[in-house]
Design a binder for this molecule. Structure first.
Ligand code: SAM
Length: 258
């Protein structure tokens, strides 16, 4: 699980500053981080909200264990982590001023129920700043890696969830039905980083669901697909490491008073 925790922090290192700027955390704010994983964004919020607090929620006990350990190591006293599905988790009503998420809000089984539950947790006038992937077509990493591993395959429903908020019309409808207004989309065009060299990129990617899912569509002999993955990553090796084009939205919105 450590590998997974480190993977996202490295992969999204160029994205993070955009989310920080959009979230604009205040010193007194109570922040909720949805799908916080190992909690980098939760800890960053807590560091700014010195007179407030930050709560991270995730369905993965293993990721939360890493999150708690890293927060303790950082000596943070205003941050905590709760295990739960944000779709149904028992959040305090109007208990938060700001809800952030770095790629943790696209996977709900029932998005309208999840968005309503999260809206209930944010005070009227409170806000959200969620980073989500744009459409799959805008994200080179997804298609290129899948085609290298399993040529001709189409993305599974589960893996495709990563792009479920990529269409601004769909995201806007979900958010406005849940009681959000002033819905805006910030275009973030930064590469994802998979490692300083090809071998570390292959190693990092092999732990991801996306890769295991694509491999399950091959004939069971993993050597050839992994060689093709290696070749693809080599073609994406730059002076800054293995990079792929990616495109995300930061969705900002305000919880309406009504
Ligand atoms: C792509 S990872 C991002 C993790 C973290 N935000 C980061 O940027 O490092 C998505 C995270 O969302 C969590 N997640 C997925 N569905 C969830 C749900 N229904 N409720 C809470 N967390 C969820 C996963 O366990 C995973 O840790």
């Amino acid at each position: 699980m450590l590998q997974c925790a480190d993977f996202y922090d490295a992969e999204l290192s160029r994205h993070n500053r955009h989310l920080r700027a959009a979230a604009n955390v205040g010193m007194h704010e109570r922040i909720l981080d949805i799908g916080c994983g190992a909690g980098q964004t939760t800890r960053e919020a807590a560091l700014i909200a010195t007179e407030g607090s930050a709560v991270g929620v995730d369905t993965s006990a293993e990721m939360l264990e890493v999150a708690r350990q890293r927060s303790a190591e950082a000596g943070l006293r205003n941050v905590r982590f709760e295990l739960g599905d944000a779709q149904s988790h028992n959040f305090p009503a109007a208990g938060f001023d700001l809800c952030i998420s770095r790629f943790g809000t696209m996977f709900f089984a029932d998005p309208p129920a999840a968005f309503a539950n999260i809206a209930h947790a944010i005070r009227p006038g409170g806000r959200i700043a969620w980073m989500v992937w744009q459409s799959q077509e805008c994200n080179e990493w997804s298609g290129a890696i899948r085609q290298a591993l399993a040529p001709g395959s189409t993305i599974s429903e589960k893996a495709g969830k990563a792009f479920s908020l990529g269409d601004p019309l769909i995201a806007t409808k979900l958010l406005s039905s849940a009681g959000f207004t002033s819905i805006d989309f910030i275009d973030v065009h930064e590469p994802v980083f998979y490692g300083p060299d090809v071998d570390s990129a292959v190693d990092a990617l092999s732990h991801l669901y996306m890769v295991r899912d694509a491999l399950s569509h091959t004939d069971g002999t993993a050597d050839q697909p992994l060689q093709r993955l290696h070749d693809l990553l080599k073609a994406h090796m730059t002076s800054e490491g293995v990079l792929f084009d990616s495109r995300a939205w930061i969705i900002t919105a305000v919880r309406s008073a009504g």
